[in-house]
Design a protein around this ligand. Structure first.
Ligand code: TXA
Ligand code: MG
Length: 341
């Protein structure tokens, strides 16, 4: 629905009811979640779901995550609810975990982009669950950005990308987590398809078996390779600038940054490191602190665009455990361009 200006409402009762009414009428609405803002539509209404793809400019073969407010909704969406899936839900829902299982006939092919499985999560953001509950239907929602731009972690980010394209954005403040949910597939043996705040180690502990991490998390797809998760093949989170991820100690990094010839070079660094740099810097969290890096990364990438950065040297986060999520997003923002010093 093209509108002259997109309305922004707070997440009070009125905002929630307004969002629910629009969703019931088949419209698309941006809502806050604890991970990133979602561009939501009734997951069971193909016409509504098609609007998500057209508003975002999202490739048709990239399936959506379906958001629920209670476990009954989940049983209606999947062919079967195995015990290990329920164990994960019990441990991590509501929260930033998406679980993929074979789908039921209720879920239209448009929502899953023709796949036989469906990705489901129960968000912990109270406004997200309130909207799902008030709408009375599960909501398909990808991140509420234009395809290719960094995911939105504030209502202002959504407004910048989507003003005039959707009727309503619910403003729930800054997202607590800041990167998208962990995606685990239980279609066959458990495999982690996208890292996030819930780590493979945390999932393995609950399942009592090791959750494999898809190789595509940390490397580009090979030519002709069929991804387990279609989202893996698209360049994501990309600011307009060329981003280069620098794996090195702080001293070598600073030398590289300070010697850059391109006048619009920026550093993307950790808190407290700016004074060493002769180039302008933007920070994304504290060194070795995945939670603060997750929270700030996407806003910092957007800020680099706003500054007109042409070349960005980015400090590399840790790559294990809780840091794998931010490393995975950073690799994609850098289109896998990495310098090791
Ligand atoms: O935190 C999140 O998950 C956010 C908020 C809004 O909830 N949503 C989100 O959605 O990140 P999106 O569409 O940007 O990412 C969905 C990812 C894609 O990589 C997609 O390919 C994968 O999940 N996916 C969805 N359904 C799948 C399926 N049936 N099989 C394999 N991968 C699937
Ligand atoms: Mg996305």
């Amino acid at each position: 629905m093209n509108v002259p200006i997109t309305q922004v409402l707070s997440c009070d009762e009125n905002g929630v009811q307004e969002a629910a009414a629009l969703l019931q009428a088949g419209h698309v609405v941006a809502i806050p979640t604890e991970t990133v803002y979602g561009l939501a539509a009734n997951a069971l209404n193909e016409t509504a779901v098609k609007k998500i793809f057209s508003v975002k400019g999202r490739p048709q073969d990239n399936p959506l995550i379906v958001h629920i407010s209670d476990l009954n909704m989940w049983s209606s969406l999947v062919a079967d609810l195995p015990k290990h899936a329920l164990a994960l839900a019990d441990a991590f829902w509501p929260g930033p975990l998406t679980i993929i299982l074979p789908k039921s006939d209720l879920v239209p092919a448009t929502t899953t982009a023709g796949m036989d499985s469906v990705a489901v999560r129960m968000p912990s953001h109270p406004a997200a669950r309130a909207v799902i509950k008030a709408a009375g239907v599960p909501l398909a929602a990808p991140s509420a950005n234009l395809s290719g731009s960094p995911s939105p972690t504030t209502a202002q980010h959504c407004f910048k990308d989507l003003n005039g394209k959707i009727p309503l954005i619910l403003d729930g403040g800054s997202c607590d987590v800041g990167i998208e949910s962990t995606v685990v597939s239980l279609v066959e043996k458990p495999v982690l398809l996208r890292p996030g705040a819930i780590t493979a180690e945390m999932l393995s502990r609950v399942l009592g078996e090791t959750v494999a991490i898809s190789e595509a998390v940390s490397r580009p797809l090979k030519a002709g390779e069929r991804p387990t998760s279609p989202g893996m093949k698209y360049r994501h989170y990309a600011p307009r600038a060329r981003v280069i991820l620098v794996e090195s100690d702080l001293e070598s990094y600073i030398k590289l940054l300070n010697s850059a010839a391109e006048p619009k070079t920026y550093g993307l660094v950790f808190e407290g490191e700016q004074p060493l740099a002769l180039k302008p810097c933007i920070t994304y969290g504290r060194a070795h602190d995945a939670a603060s890096q997750n929270r700030e990364l996407f806003a910092s990438l957007r800020q680099l665009d706003d500054c007109g950065a042409k070349l960005v040297y980015a400090r590399c986060p840790d790559r294990d455990g809780a840091s794998l999520g931010v490393y995975n997003r950073m690799l994609r923002a850098a289109a896998f361009e990495v310098i090791k010093l």
